[in-house]
Design a protein around this ligand. Structure first.
Ligand code: C2E
Ligand code: CA
Ligand code: CA
Length: 543
């Protein structure tokens, strides 16, 4: 008989004292292999007069009256006792989950109390999994992070229960390193397909990227179980496989179907439906929105070179700027816009990213052809980070930047520099630029190469006099020449020997003036004089 709230409140002290509780265990299965992979302990209250009570009725009252820690510790004790029996009789056991209430976590010594019980029964921690609810994670975020860490230090796996019941779900995940996510189908109106289905598949895919296995709860039909498997969630708990069982029934079941299967991490998402893949809202709230700039998730098969873009964010579309929608990008072969050489550059980078597991960068050109604009080339810099391995495939997080403009400017400068170098090579001209205000001289490439000059010479011409490029008997002559330029002489010419070899050069300066007529810069050039009979300018005569 169902009890009223007041009846429950009144009955609690005696119930705890007389231990009127038992545990049931609901099995969890791998729907793909049909193996039993674990179970969840659920409390049942056998009231002496009113019979079995539903936890959905009395757990909230226990919580409200702060009696839940005592009950949960009792359940934990029963779980440990069950595992001890399995270990003693079968020398083996299967991991069991137990529920932890928000109120439990408010007690500073709750975990210590658990650990005492565990030590008493001597149960290896790997056979126990703590289920915490999403709501306790949402509220006391600081505290819960500490608690999850504490559980991890001891070695417990932590499950996030009732995932999807709240709206901040996705944000919770990035702060909390839970080991398993439990997704209750009842929060998604039980409907496969449609909006509920989209969100479920989004969560499953996202969990895969975070390398966190998902157990689907409340699975009542084969259709639901198959759907979950089809989107990559093979772990199932629910009436479809089994109701919660009395412990001895669970033990029998386990003896029949025992397995040692561990949770598979990062299996390949097969039958991935890109149209349904991840709802944009959840995507925005999770990974992508936490990174600045354009980003994509790509799956790559190194064996056959096949690649698939799974998701891109809005900034990615903007960065590429080719009027593409997310659907265009996802449905397109990622190599489509790249030529053979650029594909090679990209694939080589992916390989290094796999080998080093470190972020790698590359720049590739892509060609887009459209009816309206014809052909357009863009250059993309990609920062590539391996984030997961799914069977033979590698999952990458890729940040992109469109660097076409920078690249074009660079290429132009490079080309004009090339032309300039070629021209000066051919004409035997040395050229440099002299800044009248700062007395800085910038030599051309040939000057740097042949005279061993740095790219910038300060206090010109003194350093060149010092090293003997201007012979000492010509030093003053050259200083005076520069003084004239500083004073704004305009054009000036002289023939002087250079270096210790006293090779004759015709030196010429052209001055550039600002709007006010002030000399700003002078462009110098030197041509080697091959005619040996040439008369050098006399250093004693003013230039
Ligand atoms: P929960 O932790 O989400 O447990 C799963 C609940 O879903 C269980 O209800 C289970 O019997 C039920 N369930 C399992 N498969 C299906 C299915 O296919 N369809 C439907 N409709 N329901 C299914 P139960 O045992 O009544 O427990 C209700 C809730 O009470 C639990 O929800 C949990 O929040 C709480 N609870 C149970 N035992 C404990 C405990 O020892 N400690 C604490 N703190 N809470 C507990
Ligand atoms: Ca639970
Ligand atoms: Ca649950």
């Amino acid at each position: 008989m169902r009890m009223t709230k007041q009846e429950i409140i009144d009955a609690i002290p005696r119930a705890l004292e007389e231990k009127q509780f038992v545990i049931y265990i609901q099995p969890q299965f791998n729907h793909s292999t049909k193996e039993l992979i674990g179970g969840e302990a659920l409390v049942r209250w056998i009231h002496p007069e009113n019979g079995m009570q539903s936890p959905a009725d009395f757990i909230p009252v226990f919580e409200e009256t702060k009696k839940i820690p005592a009950l949960d510790l009792y359940v934990f004790d029963k779980v440990c006792a069950f595992q001890r029996k399995c270990l003693d009789t079968q020398e083996n056991c299967i991991p069991l989950s137990f529920n932890i209430s928000r109120e439990d976590l408010m007690l500073p010594d709750y975990i210590d109390s658990m650990e005492k019980i565990r030590a008493q029964y001597d149960i290896p921690v790997k056979y126990l999994r703590a289920e915490i609810t999403e709501s306790s994670a949402v509220d006391g975020s600081e505290n819960i992070i500490r608690i999850v860490n504490r559980f991890h230090e001891i070695g417990y796996l932590v499950e996030m229960d009732d995932f999807g019941s709240g709206y901040s779900s996705l944000n919770v995940l990035k702060d909390l390193e839970v080991d398993i996510i439990k997704l209750d189908l009842k929060f998604f109106s039980g409907q496969v397909g449609g909006r509920g289905g989209t969100i479920i598949s989004s969560i499953v895919n996202m969990a895969k990227w975070l390398n966190t296995p998902v157990i689907a709860e409340g699975v009542e039909t084969r259709e639901q179980a198959d759907y979950m498997l089809s989107i990559g969630c093979e772990y199932i708990q629910g009436f479809y496989y089994s109701k919660p069982l009395p412990t001895e029934d669970f033990r029998r079941l386990w003896k029949e179907r025992s397995s040692n299967s561990e949770f598979a991490h990062n299996r390949f998402i097969d039958r991935l439906d890109t149209g349904r893949f991840w709802s944009p809202e959840s995507l925005e709230t999770l990974i992508f929105s936490n990174y600045v700039g354009g980003a994509a998730i790509m799956l790559y098969d190194i064996k056959n070179g096949h690649a698939e873009i799974l998701r891109v964010n809005n900034k990615y579309l903007k960065e590429i700027g080719m009027n593409q929608t997310e659907k265009d990008v996802i449905s397109m072969n990622p190599w489509f816009h790249l030529d053979k050489d650029n594909i090679k550059i990209y694939k080589d980078t992916l390989k290094v990213a796999i080998d080093t597991e470190d972020e790698q960068e590359c720049e590739t050109w892509r060609t887009y052809i459209s009816d309206c604009c014809g052909e357009d080339k863009i250059c993309i810099r990609s920062s590539i980070q391996l984030i997961g391995i799914m069977e033979n495939k590698h999952l990458f997080y890729i940040m992109v930047r469109n660097i076409t403009k920078e690249k074009r400017i660079f290429n132009e400068i490079y080309a004009s520099d090339q032309r300039f170098r070629a021209a000066s090579e051919h004409s035997n001209i040395y050229a440099w630029e002299y800044n009248i205000n700062t007395k800085e001289m910038r030599p051309c490439f040939r000057c740097m190469r042949d005279l061993n000059l740095p790219p910038l010479i300060k206090n010109y011409p003194e350093p060149l006099i010092e090293v003997g490029i201007f012979p000492s008997d010509y030093a003053d002559f050259y200083r005076k020449l520069m003084k004239k330029i500083d004073d704004g002489v305009g054009e000036i010419e002289a023939v002087i020997p250079l270096t210790t070899g006293r090779v004759p050069f015709r030196i010429k300066y052209t001055t550039e003036f600002d709007a006010g007529g002030k000399p700003v810069k002078a462009y110098g050039s030197a041509i080697l004089i091959t005619d040996r009979d040439i008369v050098l300018t006399d250093p004693d005569v003013d230039p």
